[in-house]
Design a protein around this ligand. Structure first.
Ligand SMILES: CC(C)(COP(=O)(O)OP(=O)(O)OC[C@H]1O[C@@H](n2cnc3c(N)ncnc32)[C@H](O)[C@@H]1OP(=O)(O)O)[C@@H](O)C(=O)NCCC(=O)NCCS
Length: 315
């Protein structure tokens, strides 16, 4: 069935080639949804995206305990899977098959090689699925069940700024930027109650790459909500002790990106558990662009208090 396709473990030398493959596979899924034209992305576009996403891809690929499998045909990659291990959880960060080679069992073979153990209480399994019937169905065969929606939202910046200026009032919670070491410590406190996991290495990475906005409980002297924002306008992840305070810090991040970068669109991912945030974003003019799914081997405690990572390699 797999006629001529062979499998091998990838190395850092394969990262750029599999990144290009991922862009073509995601583009194929977006075209099926009518979100983009069927014309695949050019090499110039892929290279520009690679420059932006490379630090995160290299960081994920370098984490110990994960796996990286490549399917090849005639010496060229036609699919790959990466699993990233954090304490207590394995996240499938990418599973990509070239659109010309899908539906032949390559994705299943890659997953079977990448996921060596059954998910357990001690080590859960997690993925952000794009939400086509084939990826949802495939993941269910590997112990993953739908936990919540994972929605890609976007809004023209001009519309956001206009609506926001009418909405902001003196009761808005004040937001500060945290020093990197403090940000990591506060993440370690707020992430586990929301996600069920604590990913120190991921936050140490973001502390080098992004700024951390926070709201504070002044009396207790601890953060009530946190949100990473990159200098290129990537917002997330975010975590909070309550859903309302998550919305406050995410809106502050959106205000910051709108004011400093003035992009054509503001983009963010939200879980469907975060109703307070979703309602505020919708009222501010955000549209649902790509509703996808978080799939997990065990329930995730408080996704109403969590904002996903962007780009969405890991939750
Ligand atoms: C998702 C993707 C990796 C699947 O790769 P693939 O090589 O086509 O997958 P396979 O041929 O091995 O398996 C497809 C599975 O979908 C299942 N499937 C197809 N339609 C289905 C449906 N309507 N309901 C349930 N399962 C369905 C098939 O039964 C098959 O599973 P099985 O082999 O256990 O029977 C590929 O389509 C892809 O790259 N998509 C774009 C990127 C993406 O969405 N990646 C996943 C998120 S990171």
């Amino acid at each position: 069935m797999l006629g001529g396709v062979s499998f091998r473990e990838g190395t850092s030398r394969d990262l750029r080639a599999t990144y290009g493959l991922a862009q073509r596979a995601i583009h194929g899924a977006a075209a099926l949804r009518g979100l983009v034209s069927s014309e695949p992305p050019s090499e110039v576009e892929i290279e520009a995206d690679w420059r932006r996403e490379r630090p995160l891809v290299e960081f994920l690929a370098a984490q110990p305990g994960g796996s990286y499998w490549i399917a090849e045909l005639d010496g060229a990659p036609v699919g790959y899977a990466r699993v990233v291990a954090f304490p207590g959880v394995e996240q499938i960060s990418e599973l990509m098959v070239d659109p010309d080679h899908q539906g032949r069992g390559i994705g299943g073979e890659l997953l079977a090689r990448s996921l060596a153990h059954e998910p357990s209480r001690e080590v859960g399994r997690l993925v952000v699925a794009t939400g086509q019937p084939n990826d949802l169905g495939l993941y269910m065969g590997f112990g993953l069940m739908p936990a919540a929606g994972h929605w890609q939202l976007r809004c023209p910046t001009s519309a956001f700024v206009e609506r926001r200026s009418r909405e902001v009032n003196s009761r808005e919670t004040s937001v500060v930027a945290l020093k990197p070491e403090r940000a990591v410590l506060e993440w370690l406190r707020l992430e586990r109650p929301a996600m069920g996991y604590e990913r120190r290495a991921l936050h140490e990475f973001f502390a080098r790459e992004r700024a951390c906005l926070a709201t504070f409980d002044e009396r207790a002297g601890v953060a009530r909500s946190l949100c990473w924002v990159s200098s290129e306008g990537e917002i997330g992840p975010g975590a909070a002790e309550s859903p309302g305070i998550l919305a406050a810090v995410v809106l502050a991040a959106l205000d910051r990106v709108a004011a400093t970068l003035e992009p054509e669109y503001l983009r963010v991912f939200a879980t469907t558990g975060s109703w307070r945030l979703l309602r505020r974003l919708r009222l501010l003019g955000f549209e649902i662009r790509w509703p996808s799914w978080i799939m997990s081997s065990q329930p995730l405690p408080r996704l109403d208090c969590y904002l996903p990572v962007r780009p969405p390699y890991v939750l």
